[in-house]
Design a protein around this ligand. Structure first.
Ligand code: ZN
Ligand code: ZN
Length: 67
């Protein structure tokens, strides 16, 4: 059983979102800064934490090549 990288609790199949190669709770895959809900594969990553591309990642870390 994989653990969610956000809350470190087990992620069950019915509630998981797989992004960055790991399984998240659907409710845990949110931007670290603005708490916006993110879609798998459609967000930026920094230090293993998910961020929305704009404005948060761009504002905090500059332009990203991740699309
Ligand atoms: Zn979680
Ligand atoms: Zn954000």
């Amino acid at each position: 059983m994989p653990n969610c990288p956000k809350c470190s609790k087990p992620v069950y199949h019915a509630e998981k979102k797989t992004s960055m190669g790991v399984d998240w709770h659907a409710t845990c895959l949110k931007c670290e800064k603005c708490k916006k809900t993110l879609q798998p594969g459609q967000h930026a990553v920094h230090d293993n934490k998910p961020y929305c591309h704009k404005p948060c990642y761009a504002a905090a870390f500059g332009p990203t090549l991740v699309t």
